[in-house]
Design a binder for this molecule. Structure first.
Ligand code: UDX
Length: 466
């Protein structure tokens, strides 16, 4: 059944053109009938957000993925994942070629009912947001639209106003009309790397930016696999887009706030952990995202906060708070180098052990990791650097090559070192025997200072203050 055909049939029966409200009614009737079939999902982009859709297989959905990176598709077709993410490989191997299919050609996903655009965005060399991947993906989808009423859903984080721009592109490219021939939804994703599938299946809310009723109904139906107690926030496109930016900017602000407090705590000899635990008990503040350290990295918080700043400036509003959030985050990693310089006059030739390079634990992702500026600075100072990370070494090797010594485990990394830096809060770093380390610097407040001090190690940590 197709909306178009339905409308044409009614037009013929009535012998005249039908009005807008009649069309609207038909679409509603159509979707309450057709909506109950198991949907065939198309996913564009096999990154962290896109691949979480693998878990939909367990609810009976057939999911067809497409990515322009042929190497990635080759890996996925073998049942391997292009990056480490808990649970992902299990889902992939349980449902590959039964419910999960991977393609390089958009034509192969033509008969899907909904297309989720999950491609990455990045900042270009001038720190401006580059939306070309999103535009290319939407253009390619518009070329495979057929006579059925398909829905295009933007999961990628895009600034307010982008959905309208993308709809215009689709209309131009396909000759089809939004609301009549296809639907559109701005549906931001709030999952975190390292727990992406868990977050995807247990969100705090589902935000649906919709401007036509048929799409709204279809999206609500699609999300029935999520507990009905979870709020569904129905807003227009721009609001949905803004919610995502505001949320990430707030999370970034919380981290920079506690890092600023940590830096002040140090001056007063106060431990920031005691402060953050206490203030986090106030329900208005909340305990999450109050961990002081070397700052926030990853593919989203920095990029999204900078983009929100840029877009506000383009509308003649200077966001002073967001500017400070980014500035604090850029300076915070250098505290580690300052601690080292307090101990050694020069870092030239000093043997430094670095534990952790990923931007956070349970991922192999090092994008914008706060470990990177520290490594660059240590290389500049001519230190001898050994590194270990449970998942991130391959990626860090691509950036630093033979400038670092890569170790297969933490103990070989610690051997003969003069100072050890913890730059990612991997759980396994908690149980290391640090007793032979002379200087230990905790950039993530992973270790309990009381336990370390008992072992007569010179211990420094962000915001420890004692
Ligand atoms: C983030 C958002 O949390 C998520 O909602 C959005 O969809 C994508 O961006 P992610 O980038 O996966 O997720 O990582 P997140 O867990 O938010 O951590 C970001 C960075 O902040 C990490 O470097 C982490 O170490 C740091 N962080 C986090 C702190 O320094 N202190 C904290 O208290 C929390």
């Amino acid at each position: 059944m197709k909306v178009r055909t339905e409308i044409e049939t009614i037009k013929r029966k009535k012998g005249k053109n039908i009005n807008f409200s009649e069309k609207f009614l038909i679409i509603i009737i159509f979707y309450t009938i057709d909506i109950n079939k198991i949907m065939k999902i198309g996913v564009v982009g096999c990154g962290f957000v896109g691949l979480t859709f693998c878990c939909l297989a367990k609810f009976g959905f057939e999911v067809n993925f497409v990515d322009k990176d042929e190497e990635k598709i080759r890996i996925l077709k073998k049942g391997e994942t292009p990056f480490f993410e808990p649970e992902l490989e299990n889902y992939l191997n349980s449902y590959l070629n039964e419910k999960l299919f991977f393609h390089s050609d958009y034509k192969k996903i033509k008969d899907c009912d909904m297309f989720f655009i999950c491609v990455g965005t990045s900042l270009d060399e001038n720190q401006n947001l580059d939306l070309s991947n999103v535009r290319d993906a939407v253009n390619s989808v518009s070329e495979i639209l057929d006579q059925d009423f398909k829905i295009v859903v933007i999961k990628s984080t895009v600034p307010p106003g982008t959905s309208h721009e993308l709809i215009n592109l689709m209309e131009k490219n396909s000759g089809k009309k939004f609301k009549e021939d296809f639907g559109f939804c701005a549906n931001p994703e709030f999952l975190k790397e390292g727990s992406s599938i868990k977050d995807f299946l247990n969100p705090d809310k589902i935000v649906l930016g919709v401007e036509d009723e048929a799409t709204k109904m279809r999206m609500l139906k699609f999300y029935e696999f999520i507990d009905s107690d979870i709020p569904r926030i129905i807003v227009d496109f721009k609001t949905a887009e803004m919610i995502k930016y505001a949320q990430n900017a707030f999370l970034a602000t919380k981290i920079s706030f506690i890092n600023e407090i940590a830096n002040i705590c140090e001056k007063f000899g106060v431990d920031v952990e005691d402060v953050s635990k206490a203030i986090g008990l106030d329900k208005r503040i909340g305990k999450e995202f109050l961990k002081a350290g070397i700052g926030f990295g990853g593919s989203c918080l920095i990029k999204d906060t900078k983009t929100l700043m840029d877009y506000s400036i383009s509308k003649n509003y200077l966001p002073k708070l967001l500017n400070a959030v980014i500035e604090i985050n850029e300076n915070q990693p250098f505290k580690i180098v300052e601690y080292l310089k307090d101990e050694f006059k020069s870092l030239n030739g000093r043997k430094i052990c670095v534990l952790g390079v990923t931007f956070k634990p349970n991922t192999s992702d090092i994008r914008d990791s706060r470990a990177l500026p520290i490594l660059r600075e240590l290389i500049k100072e001519n230190a001898f650097i050994k590194v270990y990370d449970p998942k991130g070494l391959e990626n860090v090797k691509k950036i630093f090559g033979d400038k670092l010594v890569y170790c297969k485990d933490s103990y070989s990394c610690l051997k003969d070192c003069e100072a050890c830096l913890i730059l990612t809060d991997w759980e396994e770093f908690k149980s290391i025997d640090y007793s032979r380390v002379k200087i230990l610097i905790d950039g993530r407040r992973l270790l309990d200072p009381k336990e370390i001090k008992d072992r007569k190690i010179k211990f420094k940590a962000i915001g420890l203050g004692k």
